[in-house]
Design a protein around this ligand. Structure first.
Ligand code: ADE
Length: 230
């Protein structure tokens, strides 16, 4: 998978994409992530990438020219399966969407900033719009990182234990069961006895029960969906 991220504040993206699972996946060439500084594509003498909104109103709007030039130059190099725009006014990202997106080959993520981006960019270039939740961030960079992290961990060979990503919360529509590690007794707090029993079937049933209980309590909406699908 190749991910091109376009941002007017590329500094925001460098740290988080250099470490942990995503950083290791990049080093192992399981994913290529290339960050593009939008200002480098501006023909304005001050490298401006935003301007006042027509019709008035607060805040600045990202101008079409640098975005069109940047995306067109990328498209001259290779074909892209999606141009994704993180924005709060879109469908909220869920695990199913992440699973689908992680199967794509080349994608562009366009980070918006300021008050928004010129609608013509959305109409002509963007193919997928994604919100990461019903709240407003200052820009698309944090949302882009959420998206990249959630996709990259699903790529083949990125997570050592092949089952681990499939065990994630949401993969079966339920939240995960609690997990414990050593010591079995910490300050008098013991782990559930079944987890040390060595009986895989009992452990599986216990985890299933705990996942159901946790989902029913914390996410009744997911619980109802799960029950209705059964
Ligand atoms: N940009 C600003 N807020 C956002 C959100 N909630 N999701 C995705 N992109 C955003």
């Amino acid at each position: 998978m190749r991910i091109d991220i376009i941002s007017a504040v590329p500094e925001l993206l460098t740290g988080p994409l250099d470490h942990s699972i995503v950083g290791r996946a990049r080093k192992a060439r399981k994913v290529d992530i290339v960050i593009h500084d939008l200002r480098q594509h501006s023909t304005d003498k001050h490298r401006k990438v935003d301007d006042y909104p027509f019709g008035g109103g607060a805040g600045l709007v990202m101008t079409p020219q640098p975005v069109f030039d940047c995306i067109e130059s990328l498209k001259r190099e290779r074909d892209y399966d999606a141009v994704i725009f993180p924005t709060p006014d879109a469908k909220v990202l869920d695990q199913q969407t992440v699973n689908k997106l992680s199967l794509l080959g080349n994608i562009i993520i366009l980070c918006g900033h300021y008050k928004g981006i010129d609608q013509r960019i959305r109409d002509e270039l963007v193919t997928v719009e994604i919100s990461i939740g019903d709240y407003v961030l200052s820009g698309g960079e944090l949302a882009a990182m959420v998206l990249v992290d959630s996709m990259v961990r699903l790529l083949p060979g990125v997570i050592g234990d092949a089952e681990s990503a499939l065990d994630d919360s949401f993969q079966d529509g339920l939240l995960s069961a609690p997990v414990y590690t050593r010591p079995a007794n910490f300050r008098g707090f013991s782990i559930p006895e079944v987890l040390a029993s060595g009986n895989h079937e009992r452990v599986r049933l216990w985890r299933e029960k705990k996942a159901l209980e946790s989902t029913r309590e914390k996410r009744p909406d997911l619980y109802q969906n799960f029950i209705n699908k059964k």
